[in-house]
Design a protein around this ligand. Structure first.
Ligand SMILES: C[S@@+](CC[C@H](N)C(=O)[O-])C[C@H]1O[C@@H](n2cnc3c(N)ncnc32)[C@H](O)[C@@H]1O
Length: 220
């Protein structure tokens, strides 16, 4: 498993050059008007990492957080690709007694999230490196209650998506939730992530565009 996960520097450099990112604002996602305008601009030039035509709305954020289910106080919720925090804010609201750790590789979003949500641990890094990020924070994988992903896995380079799914499998204990969103449930079938059992999905019509919440449980 570990051999499949590329190293942080190689992953990031290859990823950045492959998707043509040119600045720290690449992959912009925001729920503010300014952020939305930035998002639209970035969507045109960096479709592959942005992976959406608009930032996620509150209905989708609520549906994502709800799919996490009940967790114990003190456990950690790991969020991937928070952007400017549409899901993060809902996770903080729904899980006030839990630590939220958000992994984002765009430094502009990292700074913005740290300023807006000082109670959230924001890691600047790639989601392929989850074991390393948790280790650096001194968090044991047994304490990870769930992984919530706002990553556009379908539009990322395939080796990155595979690396991310492998990393999620490494840090999520058996029986716990991995919640992913997608705009195309059909296209997502090709992933069929090994090591996870899927559950009935939920379509969220009140999002632009309508999205689908895909809940998985870590299974052997
Ligand atoms: C479609 S946006 C979603 C943002 C937010 N969750 C939402 O739904 O509005 C994808 C986010 O994932 C981030 N991202 C893309 N690839 C990543 C990776 N390999 N590791 C960490 N973050 C990544 C982008 O920078 C961007 O902020």
């Amino acid at each position: 498993m570990a051999g499949k996960v590329v190293t942080e520097n190689v992953t990031h450099r290859r990823y950045v050059s492959k998707v043509g990112l040119t600045g720290p604002a690449a992959g912009v996602c925001s729920i503010t008007m300014r952020g939305t305008l930035m998002f639209l601009g970035q969507m045109a030039s960096h479709w592959r990492t942005t992976g959406a035509i608009a930032p996620s709305g509150p209905s989708l954020a609520r549906a994502m957080a709800k799919m996490v289910g009940d967790i114990r106080p003190g456990q950690v919720v790991l969020e991937l690709g928070p952007g400017t925090g549409s899901f993060t804010k809902e996770l903080v609201r729904r899980f006030p007694h839990n630590r939220i750790v958000a992994v984002e590789f765009n430094s502009v979003f990292v700074r913005s999230l740290r300023a807006a949500l000082p109670g959230v641990t924001v890691v600047e890094g790639c989601a392929t490196q989850l074991p390393k990020h948790l280790n650096d924070l001194g968090i044991a994988v047994e304490d990870v209650a769930a992984v919530v992903s706002g990553l556009p896995l379908l539009s990322l380079p395939r080796h990155i998506s595979t690396g991310i799914l492998n990393a999620v499998a490494e840090v999520l204990p058996m029986g716990r939730r991995y919640v992913q969103f997608t705009y195309s449930k059909r296209a997502w079938r090709k992933f069929d992530p090994p090591g996870f059992r899927s559950h009935p999905s939920k379509r969220v019509w009140l999002n632009v565009p309508p999205a689908v919440v895909l809940p998985f449980t870590r299974a052997g």
